[in-house]
Design a protein around this ligand. Structure first.
Ligand code: NDP
Length: 444
């Protein structure tokens, strides 16, 4: 059995009931075969892959909190500090009922390579809880966040581990967590990113993941002789990533015609009205039915279905495993030219393979959604300098980072004879830097 197959089998055996983690490890290691096979003896002797797939530290803790009626609830908190070879652990906190250790590990593992691809000095981690902020009052969300941070604060710090937002963790949650950290540690430091502008946040961080996604897609299209102007873009999700992806697509002259949440989706052939979407999702925190009610051109459908709308570019921006093989077939049949992941691992392995075999340009999230974490790293730099850069300065650095990421993954794919295979390119480019740092630091 090859070293890669051995390690994949070990991961499955040692981490039962964690299918998302198995999926992420398999996707990465499978695409690294070319590099690993060339160095198999050395890597095996150093147990390099075993160290790569085993988090440096995994924290699981109780999060008790009291609701507005005086009822006590208990959630589970997680922080997986996966790999610090190239910098302090960095990665978001997900608050969603589906959160479990396997999901946090898959996200943390992906984060290691993504952070490496940004070219910035950040290691990989991820955390969160099975707490659901939906339907809770601000006071209840604060009670949860304070309790969560009371435990987490023992393990993080501006030079150790710097969490950020993710699904369910937006500006409100980051604010409550930052306040509690400062109170407990008596230190005003950049321990979290995604902070409000009044207390150390960076301009353009809110927009960064969605904007970065489009900067990368634009560069890729340009290199394939295509312009963004006039393209039809289908987007899933209606959260932070989706909203700013649609906004940037429209600014580039393309038309974003769909969005979705966990109950239904919108088709708006006139183009999504981003201001209205922001009002419904960011201000009212309401369902998409409110968007449809306020806009004549929009049609609301229950369930899932955005991938059935004909498009040039598809951007899955909601959650993992939301673009399945049948969706991929539909996209190909409708002439879709490019799929770039805004979310983390939204495309299943078989769907990815089908898209690639059908000649669709496919960019994995670890490359295409890296703009969020890259701008978080820029927020860390500003905090360390005790300075704030202008929107234009941050946005222009973000553009450069995304253009560089595209060329890095493209070159890495070419170097190994896999021209146009950006999954292989992203994994190899991310892996090479982490491995070089791990080797330099000895067996730790
Ligand atoms: P948000 O919480 O702002 O939005 C998530 C969106 O996806 C919402 O519309 C939500 O609908 C929908 N959604 C969530 N879970 C499900 C589900 N199980 N089924 C269907 N729809 C679902 O999160 P973000 O926009 O921040 O994150 C979206 C994705 O992007 C995630 O995979 C995240 O890890 C990834 N990402 C985010 C970054 C960031 O900077 N924010 C950076 C890099 C990656 P509803 O409101 O109904 O729950």
């Amino acid at each position: 059995m090859s070293y890669v197959d051995e390690v994949i089998a070990q991961v499955i055996e040692k981490n039962p009931s964690q299918p998302e983690f198995h999926q992420a490890v398999k996707e990465v290691l499978d695409s690294l075969r070319l590099v690993i096979d060339q160095n198999e003896d050395v890597y095996r002797k150093d147990a390099l892959l075993e160290r790569l797939v085993t988090p440096e530290r995994q924290l699981i803790f109780r999060v008790p909190w009291v609701d507005d009626k005086g009822q006590v609830h208990v959630n589970t908190g997680y922080r997986v500090q996966f790999n610090s070879a190239i910098g302090p652990y960095k990665g978001g906190l997900r608050l969603h009922p589906s959160v479990n250790l396997g999901i946090i590990k898959f996200l943390g593992f992906e984060q290691v390579f993504k952070n490496s691809l940004t070219g910035l000095p950040i290691g990989g981690g991820k955390g969160g809880s099975d707490f659901d902020p939906k339907g809770k009052s601000d006071r209840e969300v604060m009670a949860f966040c304070q309790s969560f941070m009371t435990e987490l604060s023992k393990y993080i710090g501006a030079d150790t581990d710097v969490p950020a937002g993710d699904i369910g963790t937006g500006a409100r949650e980051i604010g409550y967590m930052f306040g509690q950290y400062k109170r407990l540690q008596n230190r005003y430091e950049g321990v979290l990113t995604g902070k409000g502008l009044a207390y150390g946040g960076s301009l353009a961080r809110t927009e960064a993941t969605g904007y970065g996604l489009l900067y990368l897609v634009q560069e890729m299209m340009k290199c394939h002789g295509e312009e963004m102007t006039g393209k039809t873009v289908v987007v899933s999700g209606a959260g932070n990533v989706a909203i700013y992806a649609i906004q940037k697509a429209q600014q580039m002259g393309a038309k974003g015609v769909t969005c979705s949440d966990s109950t239904g989706w919108i088709y708006d052939p006139e183009g999504i009205d981003v201001e209205l979407l922001k009002e419904v999702k960011e201000v009212k925190r309401a369902r998409l039915t409110e968007y449809a009610a306020a806009r004549e051109s929009a049609v609301y459908h229950e369930g899932r279905g955005v991938w059935a709308i004909p498009c040039d570019i598809a951007l899955p921006c909601a959650t993992q495993n939301e673009l399945l093989i049948d969706d991929a077939k539909q996209l190909v049949a409708n002439g879709c030219k490019a799929v770039a992941e805004g979310a983390n691992m939204p495309t299943t392995l078989d769907a990815t393979q089908y898209l690639q075999e059908s000649g669709v340009l496919f960019v994995p999230g670890k490359a295409s959604n890296a703009g969020g974490v890259a701008t978080s790293a820029l927020e860390m730099t500003q905090n360390s300098e005790r300075l704030s850069w202008s929107f234009e300065e941050v946005d222009s650095k973000l553009q450069n980072i995304m253009i560089n990421i595209y060329h890095n993954i493209d070159n890495a794919a070419k170097k190994y004879g896999k021209d146009g295979n950006y999954v292989v390119g992203a994994n190899i480019a991310g892996f090479e830097k982490v491995v070089s740092a791990m080797n330099a630091q000895g067996i730790v």
